[in-house]
Design a protein around this ligand. Structure first.
Ligand SMILES: [Zn+2]
Length: 312
């Protein structure tokens, strides 16, 4: 009986794929952070077909003269999902997209929003790094995870480029202070809104999951940028990954980890301690074991930091 029903179930399944039934695709929503500031908080797992690469956080700011989007998502497919999440909280058009990140799921949606008439804004340094990583992004983990949902995605870059490493932009009286962090990726930045006291840290801060140190990440820049964030001391922190937080959580999950990487692992490397002993010694840390991906990333992070500091 069951066996004879299987072809039928298969057919029903086929009919439904075109309709994208509930649960088959992650549907992002914009949650209010405070006043006119919202965040789309992505899942903290990997890039998957189901979440269509939106495993990161994005910002939505209403200004009265149009919406500002912080980062544009992973591509053409996610664009309409972000548009719907924005439309649910504002009827203003998306006027600006500010890129504060160089990782694939922060900017490969630029092309989509430019086609809808938005102006993309980024630091010159961010654009240069995006150009450098574009080929790698277009064949990397994102297209592998997304399959045909990656179709139609192409790299596109900021229409307006900001010089230097700090800049201030204003739309509808809403002021945004931007500064480069150069931590997770070179060219990464953060955005601070003084009127609402919200910081969008991009990939400088992760909460709930462990920071990833890539070969091109710079933990020293991370620590320095985190100290600048401490000086700002925002009431609300929208991290690159994980829930909307305060500075205490940001410090516990990210600031303390940069400090550990630089001042414990980096220092051990500069003191010519044997790497394998150092990695073993700090493998199991109470302070960070609660973070998702700890098992997968912690040792790699220490290893990469150690190697970087060895060659300083
Ligand atoms: Zn990220």
């Amino acid at each position: 009986m069951l066996r004879s029903m299987l072809p039928l179930l298969g057919l029903v399944g086929l009919l439904f794929t075109g309709l994208a039934p509930a649960g088959s695709t992650y549907e992002p929503t914009a949650e209010q952070v405070t006043e006119n500031v919202y965040a789309i908080i992505g899942p903290t797992d990997a890039r998957t077909y189901k979440n269509h690469g939106m495993n990161a956080n994005y910002g939505v700011i209403t200004t009265g003269e149009g919406v500002i989007l912080i980062d544009s998502g992973p591509g053409a497919f996610s664009g309409p999902y972000i548009e719907r999440a924005v439309a649910a909280v504002s009827d203003e058009p998306i006027r600006w997209v500010i890129n504060i990140g160089v990782q694939d799921h922060r900017w490969l949606g630029n092309d989509f929003f430019q086609r809808q008439g938005a102006e993309v804004i980024a630091f010159e340094q961010t654009v240069k790094a995006q150009e450098r990583f574009a080929d790698q992004h277009m064949v990397g983990r994102l297209p592998a995870a997304l399959g045909e949902r990656f179709d139609g995605t192409r790299p596109a870059y900021a229409d307006r480029r900001l010089e230097g490493d700090t800049a201030s932009v204003t739309l509808g009286g809403v002021n945004i202070e931007l500064s480069l962090t150069d931590a997770h990726f070179p060219g990464d930045a953060m955005a601070y809104l003084p009127q609402s006291d919200v910081a969008f840290t991009g990939d400088l801060v992760y909460v709930d999951r462990l920071l990833g140190i890539h070969p091109w990440s710079d933990p020293r820049n991370g620590l320095a940028a985190f100290e600048r964030l401490e000086a700002i001391d925002p009431a609300f922190v929208v991290p690159g990954h994980g829930r909307v937080s305060d500075m205490a959580r940001a410090r516990r999950d990210s600031g303390a980890y940069y400090d550990f990487l630089v001042n414990t692992i980096g220092q051990a490397a500069r003191d010519f301690e044997p790497m394998s002993e150092v990695l073993d010694k700090y493998e199991d840390l109470d302070a960070f074991r609660h973070l998702e991906h700890y098992e997968d990333w912690h040792r790699t992070n220490m290893n990469r930091t150690f190697v970087q500091f060895e060659s300083l």
